[in-house]
Design a protein around this ligand. Structure first.
Ligand code: KIV
Length: 271
């Protein structure tokens, strides 16, 4: 849980109230966490994207709670100031009881400050129970990688009016259930703005436009390590900075670009 040297959940919520953009990045090990800390990242997310970028699977579905605890512990060992959030993996919150038991393990064994769950509706009860336990929760709406089979692939979500209205209502339901932050993934930029205005907790966008309260990227995309076609919403800061610049400088460039609003640019967003 938070110690006095680390950014508290309250401090991150206040950043929204003060109009300060929140820079979030994923990390999965201690060495990369040290670069993120040196560059001033506000929130580190141990994402279940590790299933794809570290473990080599083609989705996040095979990732287990033990995998998440292991990687979270590696990151927690090197974390100094950033708030540390961790994904609850697929099937780790299917019932309220398993959600509570697994959220407790991520905090006590993994060393996280906050747990992230995907979706609304059936997930709200688990969120309420975790929050009642005193564990801060981050929501996740839009493209939900753990529901990729139901969604029929990695596609922009919320383009139709009814789906957009439902997502705004879901965001408000997450806030009412006690979530303190939420990720918005792959939605039109206009919807990213609408949701950010509809809730008082920070929205963290990834392919959700420039008007979210913060931005998150998968670290390996930012460093150009992901083979094949990079997602439209990401940017290879390391290559773009040019030769001789290292990882800390690339991450620092990302933090500055998020803070001064130059990332994401219009070409990183969806209509
Ligand atoms: O798993 C992950 O890395 C995530 C981010 C992309 C938001 O959920």
């Amino acid at each position: 849980m938070n110690n006095p040297q680390t950014l508290s959940v309250e401090a991150v919520v206040e950043m929204k109230q003060n109009g300060e953009k929140i820079a979030v990045l994923t990390a999965y090990d201690a060495s990369m966490t040290r670069h993120l800390e040196a560059a001033g990242v506000d929130v580190i997310l141990v994402g279940d994207s590790l299933g794809m970028v570290v473990q080599g699977h083609d989705s996040t579905l095979p990732v287990t709670i033990d995998d998440m605890i292991y990687h979270c512990r590696l990151v927690a060992r090197a974390r100094e100031h950033a708030l540390l959030a961790v994904d609850m993996p697929y099937h780790s919150y299917s019932t309220v009881e398993t959600a509570l038991a697994n959220a407790r393990r991520l905090i006590t064994e993994g060393g996280a400050d906050m747990v992230k769950l995907e979706g609304a509706d059936t997930v709200l009860e688990a969120i309420r129970a975790i929050v009642a336990e005193g564990i801060p929760v981050c929501g996740h709406l839009g493209l939900l990688p753990q529901s990729i089979e139901e969604l029929g692939g990695y596609k922009v979500q919320g383009r139709e009016q009814a789906a957009a209205d439902k997502m705004v209502a879901d965001a408000q339901a997450l806030q009412a259930a006690g979530a303190r932050m939420m990720v918005l993934e792959c939605i039109p930029s206009t919807l990213g703005r609408r949701i950010s205005e509809a809730v008082t907790i920070p929205t963290i966008g990834i392919g959700a436009g420039p008007d979210c309260d913060g931005q998150v990227l998968v670290l390996y995309d930012l460093l150009g390590l992901t083979p094949g076609k990079r997602p439209k919403f990401s940017k290879d800061f390391l290559t773009e900075m040019g030769k001789g610049k290292g990882i800390t400088e690339a991450v620092r460039a990302y933090v500055e670009a998020v803070k001064n609003g130059t990332f994401p640019a219009p070409e990183h967003g969806f209509q």
